[in-house]
Design a protein around this ligand. Structure first.
Ligand SMILES: Nc1ncnc2c1ncn2[C@@H]1O[C@H](COP(=O)(O)OP(=O)(O)OP(=O)(O)O)[C@@H](O)[C@H]1O
Ligand SMILES: [Mg+2]
Length: 218
């Protein structure tokens, strides 16, 4: 899946220059980089939440795109009704909730859930239907170790079963190494390095990428 080049400015101030990238179909691509490097901006532009400067969507326009924002959102409904807003039967929703270990919260008001529970609900709201491209912006940031591992497993499974391509923003290099086949390293609003995850996350070409990995202790 071809992601076209785009730039993004807010109120005339440049924040992002993305040169374009070929996401391999059915792969998970990790997006790594420091705070403010432009990761969420890429996610928002690809999801169509904000417009690129040229006002064009950089993804093919005939694909379905699912987006999980950095801050998960709950509607004023029960947890199961939140999930079913995207479609699916009650039974399908319950199967998915069980898989994500939130089935005991099905009838609970979604607004009353914890951060990690809300994130799993928001994920279930996406995974209840197929997408061509799924954009996850730090989906496990508020999750404990167990829920994080479960989420990695469930999303990888979803990819294998549906052929969906995933762009996964993460601050965890370990997570990127566990889930991703491709990776992008963002630095100061620019794409510094992109390619195979195995190469970028263990033996990168660029000094800046190497320094970033070393700074993170690996
Ligand atoms: N709505 C906005 N208006 C103005 N500037 C913005 C807006 N949204 C983001 N920015 C700026 O764009 C830059 C990139 O922000 P972005 O949210 O993409 O970073 P990030 O890599 O996701 O960071 P983090 O790791 O903290 O989530 C930052 O300098 C940020 O201040
Ligand atoms: Mg962000």
């Amino acid at each position: 899946m071809k992601i076209s080049a785009f730039k993004k400015s807010y109120e005339g101030k440049w924040v992002l220059d993305f040169p374009g990238f070929e996401l391999k179909d059915g792969n998970i691509c990790a997006v790594i980089g420091s705070n403010g490097s432009g990761k969420s901006t890429i996610a928002k532009v690809l999801a169509g939440i904000v417009k690129a400067d040229n006002r064009r969507l950089p993804v093919p326009n005939d694909i379905s795109v699912g987006y999980m924002p950095q801050k998960s959102f709950a509607f004023r409904l029960s947890t199961i009704s939140n999930i079913r807003l995207s479609g699916g039967s009650e039974e399908e929703a319950l199967v998915l909730m069980k898989r994500l270990q939130i089935d005991h919260l099905a009838r609970k008001r979604a607004k009353k859930m914890s951060g990690g529970e809300t994130a799993r609900m928001a994920l279930a709201r996406l995974l209840i239907r197929p997408y061509d491209l799924l954009i996850l912006d730090e989906p496990t940031a508020s999750m404990d170790i167990e829920s994080t591992a479960l989420t990695e497993e469930v999303v990888s499974e979803y990819c294998r079963n549906t052929g969906c391509t995933v762009l996964w923003v993460t601050h965890s290099l370990q997570q990127a190494r566990r889930v991703a086949q491709q990776a992008i390293f963002m630095r100061n609003g620019c794409l510094c390095e992109a390619g195979e995850a195995e190469k970028l996350l263990f033996n990168p070409d660029k000094t800046e990428t190497r320094e970033f990995l070393e700074f993170y202790g690996i």
